[in-house]
Design a protein around this ligand. Structure first.
Ligand SMILES: Cc1ncc(COP(=O)(O)O)c(C=O)c1O
Length: 381
């Protein structure tokens, strides 16, 4: 049996989520926009799901838009705002160098449409400094986008401080919360986010569905022109089974998030203790101790003290039946050093001798034991 320690890339679907989805693939196959009873039944399900998610996040249901996942939700917010912006003087966007490509590449693309971009580098633990953001804001700044938690390090940014700076300067604030939802309390209203995004497959739900939260006072352009779905902001027949799955995944989180967090922290502590006892000073935890997600541990093995097959650690672990991420979180096929690790000051050799372990609801103590044992064998310690 494979041991899966790559839950920040995607999670195993919870059986209860799968059960909640199946009827919408078998019996209830209508179209939510149809006027007959099959259609109406599905419309009710979609609106109930919106309410469930809104109540979980503490927002109004009309501030929730269903999307095909985190990538689309980020594109929707950023491009929607940029394209609706009639004030040609507001042509400046700020983001960090360690955003997920769904944010970074979207913002860089907007150069083509006349926007100027400022990028902020993180500190050595992967935090984006609110003061650095403030220095870059000008009267022309339209948007600041800073992720809540980084997908490779788990570092959690002080989004409240950043949003306060944005409010003071009348700048819109977007935060990619794809990794933080379910791993800590995420409240867009309390944190002062104008936009936030989530993805079902990171919280034991299905792939291909997520949401954008948009504060009701922010105006953006519609994303897909089409049949007027999602209050005419995102055309296209709704992914009803996916939405049913997301609803169930959120209902489960409401019940089990606290226990999940205790479980992640417990496994992470065991993992750190075991790795330290085997590798001593030759292992470095790149994820900090404070303001960090409970489920992510990014680890570098010292390539100057041990013989490390560079970039191959995830491949060698895979051969031993253990799945983790290496080079880059979302495109782990790549053998390039992780951009995030380089941005926080690691040299190339060290970055290529690093792995990201991300724990999930279904992991057990044996899994972290197996990882430590496998690393010991691979590095001949
Ligand atoms: C921080 C972050 N944002 C966005 C995404 C993309 O989400 P999705 O796979 O739902 O498009 C990911 C996926 O890894 C992520 O980690």
């Amino acid at each position: 049996m494979n041991i899966y320690l790559d839950n920040a890339a995607s999670t195993k679907i919870d059986e209860r989520v799968l059960d909640a989805m199946l009827p919408f693939m078998k019996e209830y196959y209508g179209n939510p926009s149809s006027i007959h009873k099959e259609g109406k039944y599905l419309k009710v399900l979609v609106e109930e799901a919106r309410e469930t998610i809104a109540s979980f996040l503490g927002t109004k249901p009309k501030e929730i838009f269903f999307t095909s996942g985190g990538t689309e939700a980020n594109n929707f917010a950023i491009k929607g705002l940029a394209f609706s912006n009639a004030d040609k003087n507001k042509n400046h966007l700020i983001t960090s160098t360690i955003e997920h490509p769904a944010v970074l590449d979207t913002i860089l693309y907007l150069k083509k449409f006349g926007y100027s971009i400022s990028l902020v580098a993180p500190g050595s633990r992967g935090f984006v400094s609110p003061a650095e953001i403030e220095k870059l804001i000008t009267p022309r700044t339209l948007l600041v986008s800073v992720m809540h938690a980084n997908n490779e390090l788990g570092s959690v940014n002080d989004v409240k401080a950043i949003s306060n700076i944005c409010k003071k300067n009348k700048v819109v604030f977007h935060s990619d919360t794809v990794q933080s939802v379910g791993k800590m309390k995420v409240s867009p209203k309390e944190s002062g986010m104008d936009f936030m995004t989530m993805s079902a497959h990171k919280i034991y739900g299905p792939k291909g569905v997520g949401i954008l939260f948009k504060d009701e006072n922010i105006r953006i352009d519609k994303y897909f022109h089409g049949g007027g779905q999602e209050r005419d902001m995102r055309g296209g027949t709704e992914n009803v089974p996916g939405i049913a799955g997301l609803k169930k995944a959120v209902e489960i989180l409401k019940e089990s998030m606290d226990a999940d967090i205790v479980h992640y922290n417990h496994l992470k502590e065991i993992l750190k203790t075991k790795l330290s006892s085997v590798f001593g000073e030759n292992v470095e935890f790149n994820s900090g101790v404070e303001n960090v997600l409970p489920n992510i541990l990014n680890v570098s093995f010292n390539p100057y003290k041990m013989k490390i097959p560079e970039a191959l650690l995830p491949v060698l672990l895979d051969l031993k039946g253990i799945s983790v991420s290496g080079g880059s979180a979302c495109s782990s096929g790549s053998l390039k050093p992780s951009k995030v690790l380089i941005e926080i000051g690691k040299d190339e050799k060290t970055a290529l001798s690093s792995i990201r372990i991300s724990l999930g609801r279904f992991n057990k103590e044996e899994d972290v034991d197996a990882l430590t044992k496998a690393m010991k064998e691979i590095l001949n310690v």
